[in-house]
Design a binder for this molecule. Sequence first.
Ligand SMILES: NC(=O)c1ccc[n+]([C@@H]2O[C@H](COP(=O)([O-])OP(=O)(O)OC[C@H]3O[C@@H](n4cnc5c(N)ncnc54)[C@H](O)[C@@H]3O)[C@@H](O)[C@H]2O)c1
Length: 256
Amino acid sequence: MTAGRFAGKVALVTGGSSGIGQRVAELLAAEGARVAVVASSSLAKAEAVAAAIGEAGGEAKGFVTDVREATACERLVADVERAFGGIDLLVNAAGVFYGTPVAATAPTDAAQLLDINIAGPWNVASAVVPSMRRRGGGRIVNLSSVAGVVGVKGMALYCASKAAVAMMTRVMGAELAAEGIAVNAVAPGNTATPMNAAVRADTAMVDAMRAMTPSPDVFSDVSDMAGIILFLLSEAARPVYGATWLADEGFAAAVG
Ligand SMILES: NC(=O)c1ccc[n+]([C@@H]2O[C@H](COP(=O)([O-])OP(=O)(O)OC[C@H]3O[C@@H](n4cnc5c(N)ncnc54)[C@H](O)[C@@H]3O)[C@@H](O)[C@H]2O)c1
């Protein structure tokens, strides 16, 4: 498949075997990109997504990398370059979401959340940027969250991690703009993915969220988020650097 906005581009998508990242991988391939689908530990999962993309006429390959490991991220980039050539587009969709109540969270859980959600996108971007430099530019989209804008009780570290992603995006956007590398982020609100399956099954919780959400859609769809991410990866977003775009069904506008 060569037609489309991303024809000739090579894309690396972390968190590519589920949720928002998977939809991004599918839509990028449908618009002509060759896509490295990166899962955390299950090569079978990444390969299954890549195979489905292939059956739909796109080009993709599965990889595994724990984004907490900087050297593993460097190996991943070398492997993707061997498979596809240099990397033009990066989507950092890997992340975790769980409660971290103050004074009631195991130190290992706290450290793990920060490691995956903050060090993760940093490690992957640090490994990918030299490849983008060799290509003469590129575009990166990170995943922040509405929870990086408004506070959620019991979620201090998740909220802090997503605010950190927005600030990392801002500084990297400024730092790399002169080299033709655009770094931006999307801050989704509640989006139906495996990450929040338990929340969506809790009707009392969903009712409470509905009362706080201006839009009739309490949960956005992964295709909504992927569409915005693809826009930020496209030439149409050329002047956008260091921005974090809220896509939250109006949640922060009403609450914040
Ligand atoms: N779903 C939402 O409501 C929502 C809202 C705001 C922000 N986000 C953010 O969007 C991103 C995608 O989330 P999603 O909803 O698609 O969830 P998801 O659970 O479907 O996807 C997250 C992916 O990250 C991967 N991952 C976790 N730890 C990893 C590690 N150490 N190394 C590599 N990969 C790892 C998981 O394997 C999974 O594939 C996350 O950063 C999340 O915080 C999601």
